[in-house]
Design a protein around this ligand. Structure first.
Ligand SMILES: Cc1ncc(COP(=O)(O)O)c(C=O)c1O
Length: 440
């Protein structure tokens, strides 16, 4: 998380700061890949809002679904079901393998992970949960306990039994063993450490198939199979958190399809609602039966609400009708080529990596040591915003500063080219200014 700061604008006088700095402009309108501020200036959105607006902001089908829900029902007693919720549960079951056929619909990713952790514990009768360094699973206490990228300091004890594995980051090998190609040693060392720390109650591993906030970490081929084997050896469940990776961003409906490993529990959020708050925890029929028999409870105010379910059905329709999986791969290749071109031009870009329309650009002070250049990265990010491009820079502790670039899947070639041109200009200007200042 970047250092919090005040924008000193009149509009944030009565708001609590919650992490990243507030943008220096008020946004009044959003459509497709574009935003407009209160003075009518256009901004390209290369973050899909908070990674949710995968089919573009205010897609007409989302707007229509909201209108339809207004004609039907928006919110109901938690024990009541509605046609959109039933239809969405059936739709997901059709898209997913047979062992992922039962859904619970909640509002946020944190909530879906909270439910996943509770189900894993109840079903297994154990309580230890292993997360990855650099992971982000939400801000509720259980989910935050297995977040290792930020937010652990200052709030007292995390959930008992929260353990960690090193993320397979070949650019910064966590066990100082590999460089640029992970051979999986970190996973073996990691499970040795987990075994050493465990009290004998290992319930689950929770993971993002491609770690996003942790710096867009793409694991090597066969990695998730090895994790799965380690889980099976220890009787642990595997939870995949596909908040960001499901529904097209990586060119498939679900990222686990790329890796050929099915989780025992799948959580979906951000991209399911296309910008409205909706999440899902998905498990097998057998696990659902067992959890129910053991008294599983998780009603929330907005569990099974019809409005977001109606919107999710529209999101899934658009994903299929506009063939956004294929588009994400095609546009992702174009974006990646543009970013690699910038890497050749600007020394500050140490690495470009990613998959589909989830690309990470790592900013370094020197390509050999790979020390991060977060300050320059932040200055370039601000300059991009002035020039009309919204970018997100994520910091992974003191280790790395990375732009996570993820425009909506509906982005056009021309919009990608425009974004790359702005980024090029912003990097050039900020670096030139830095050199000028150093020479004075
Ligand atoms: C992978 C992942 N899981 C869970 C969450 C939490 O989702 P929410 O903010 O909706 O609670 C996030 C949010 O950034 C995320 O990136």
């Amino acid at each position: 998380m970047p250092t919090p700061h005040l924008t000193n604008e009149p509009w944030d006088e009565h708001l609590i700061r919650y992490g990243m700095p507030f943008a220096p402009r008020l946004i009044e309108k959003a459509c497709g890949t574009l935003l407009w501020d209160s003075e009518g200036r256009e901004i390209l959105d290369f973050t899909s809002g908070q990674m949710c607006a995968t089919i573009g902001h205010n897609h007409p089908r989302i707007v229509q679904a909201i209108r339809d829900a207004c004609e039907g029902a928006l919110h109901l007693f938690s024990g009541m079901l509605s046609p959109p919720v039933v239809a969405l549960s059936q739709r997901l079951a059709q898209m997913l393998p047979p062992n992922l056929s039962k859904s619970l619909f909640l509002s946020t990713g944190g909530e879906a992970n909270e439910a996943a952790l509770k189900l894993a514990k109840l079903h297994s009768g154990k309580f230890e949960v292993v997360g990855f360094t650099g992971s982000w699973h939400g801000m509720t206490s259980g989910a935050q306990s297995v977040n290792y990228v930020a937010g652990r300091k200052g709030y007292g004890p995390m959930m008992p039994g929260s353990l960690t594995l090193p993320a397979p980051n070949p650019y910064h090998c966590p066990v100082r063993h590999c460089r640029d190609a992970c051979d999986g040693t970190c996973l073996e060392v990691g499970f040795d450490m987990v075994d050493a720390q465990s009290t004998g109650a290992l319930a689950a591993v929770i993971a993002e198939p491609i770690e996003s906030s942790g710096g867009v970490i793409v694991p090597p081929a066969g990695y998730w199979q090895k994790v799965r084997e380690h889980c099976e050896k220890r009787g642990m469940l595997l939870i995949f958190d596909e908040a960001q990776t499901a529904f097209g961003r990586l060119g498939r409906d679900f990222a686990f399809q790329h890796f050929g490993v099915e989780p025992d529990i799948l959580t979906l959020s951000k991209t399911l609602g296309g910008g409205l708050p909706l999440s899902a925890t998905v498990i097998s029929e057998a696990m659902e039966r067992d959890a129910h028999a053991k008294g599983f409870i998780h009603p929330t105010s907005h569990v099974s609400d019809p409005l977001p379910a109606q919107v999710a059905l529209a999101v899934l329709d658009v994903l299929a009708e506009e063939d956004l999986n294929a588009r994400a791969l095609e546009m992702g290749e174009h974006l990646s080529a543009g970013l690699h071109h910038l890497q050749q031009k600007h020394e500050i870009i140490g690495d470009v990596r990613g998959f589909g329309l989830l690309q990470g650009v790592e900013l370094v002070r020197d390509r050999e040591t790979r020390a991060p250049d977060a300050a320059t990265g932040r200055a370039i990010t601000s300059r991009c915003m002035e020039l009309g491009l919204s970018m997100n820079i994520v910091s992974v502790g003191a280790m790395a500063a990375i732009w996570r670039i993820a425009p909506p899947l509906t982005v056009t070639r021309a919009e990608i080219d425009r974004g790359i041109t702005i980024l090029d200009q912003a990097i050039g200007e900020v670096l030139a200014e830095g050199k000028r200042a150093a020479a004075e």
